[in-house]
Design a protein around this ligand. Structure first.
Ligand code: P6P
Length: 323
């Protein structure tokens, strides 16, 4: 079994980026341990606070955020971090060349009901010498990412990661406290009959999305000519992982509940890292109109509509939006 550092070295990842990724893993192993303790750790439940997204923070949201922030801003190669749970980007080392954005605990509404949650991370290179507490240095499109990954805290703790040479799965071996390679060169099936969307938002979608889902529900007799199945875990990391393993399409489209926002999911630490992973695994990731990784960010907490997964199914959704 190859350890993460051996795979990174094989993929030509330099020592500095390797150290950044290993620090993310130190934090994620601690998060995995705390989650596995559940009630025994006395850290379930919500805080009294709301984050910049307007969402009530779970205790583990804050703990996970602080674990990742503290270790990364102390890393000599990290210029700064951006987090779903931080109002602004946080400066690390002025001489560092890497920028790390993360959603420390995605799907955290599932924590108290013992369902899967995850950590999502993305790594960019600073293109100038601006300080890491200036969000401008982070505002690069998703094609500029040098690494992206997530840790899924499920029955086992799984790291899924890419540095631009395909996607690998690593399983946390709790006997040695290391992530070990368990599957290489992941390929998403190009076709699917399984869609994931929160149907309760249907009346708020654009007509094109309503039409696509209506046609999925029409089954074999409908224009798409096949019977679809549906899944919704309310945890993007779990949905994306299912798609990497057996194909599928995940959608969190624009909806009119808050017309000022492009969607619920965030570009810099959800849309972009998941898009890099999905594209590296032979899938596709779109806003419904353009590739997510071609969206030019204006702010660290920008929202983005998400349609990702099996590439032929994503192409169908894009076609609905171009009629
Ligand atoms: P809803 C979790 O809060 C999250 O950001 C994603 O992980 C997940 O796919 C989505 O929101 C769930 O949203 O509206 O179904 O609760």
């Amino acid at each position: 079994m190859k350890r993460l550092d051996q795979v990174l070295a094989n993929d030509g990842v330099g020592a500095e980026l390797e150290l950044v990724i290993k620090d993310v893993m130190v934090a994620c192993k601690d998060i995995a341990y705390k989650l596995a303790q559940g009630e025994l750790a006395g850290i379930l439940g919500a805080t009294e606070d709301e984050n910049v997204q307007g969402e009530t923070q779970k205790k583990l949201d804050v703990i996970s955020n602080d674990l990742l922030k503290d270790i990364l801003i102390a890393n000599p190669y990290v210029r700064g971090i951006g987090s779903e749970e931080e109002d602004y980007t946080v400066a690390g080392n002025a001489g560092g060349k890497y920028l790390v954005t993360f959603d420390p605990l995605d799907g955290s509404s599932n924590i108290d009901v013992n369902l899967s949650v995850g950590t999502i991370f993305s790594v960019l290179e600073a293109q100038d010498d601006q300080s890491g507490d200036n969000q401008e240095v982070f505002l690069q499109n998703g094609r500029k990412q040098v690494a992206a990954g997530y840790v899924l805290y499920g029955p086992s703790a799984l790291l899924v990661m890419t540095t631009g040479n395909g996607v690998n799965f690593f399983t946390l071996d709790r006997n040695i406290g290391e992530f070990v390679l368990t599957k290489s060169n992941i390929q998403i099936p190009e076709d699917t009959a399984e869609f994931a969307i929160n149907m309760s938002n249907q009346r708020f979608w654009e007509p094109e999305m309503k039409q696509y889902i209506d046609d999925c529900l029409a089954g074999e007799e409908g224009p798409l000519g096949k019977r679809y199945n549906m899944r919704w875990v309310a945890s993007m990391v779990a949905e994306v992982h299912r798609i990497l393993v057996r194909g599928g399409i995940f959608m969190y489209p624009y909806d009119s509940r808050d017309p000022s926002k492009a969607g619920k999911l965030r570009l810099m630490y959800e849309g972009n890292p998941m898009s890099m992973i999905v594209e590296q695994a032979g899938g596709a990731s779109s806003t419904g109109r353009i590739d997510i990784m071609d969206v030019e960010p204006k702010g660290i907490h920008d929202r983005v509509p998400v349609v990702l997964g099996s590439k032929n199914e994503v192409a169908k959704v894009v076609a609905y939006h171009s009629k």
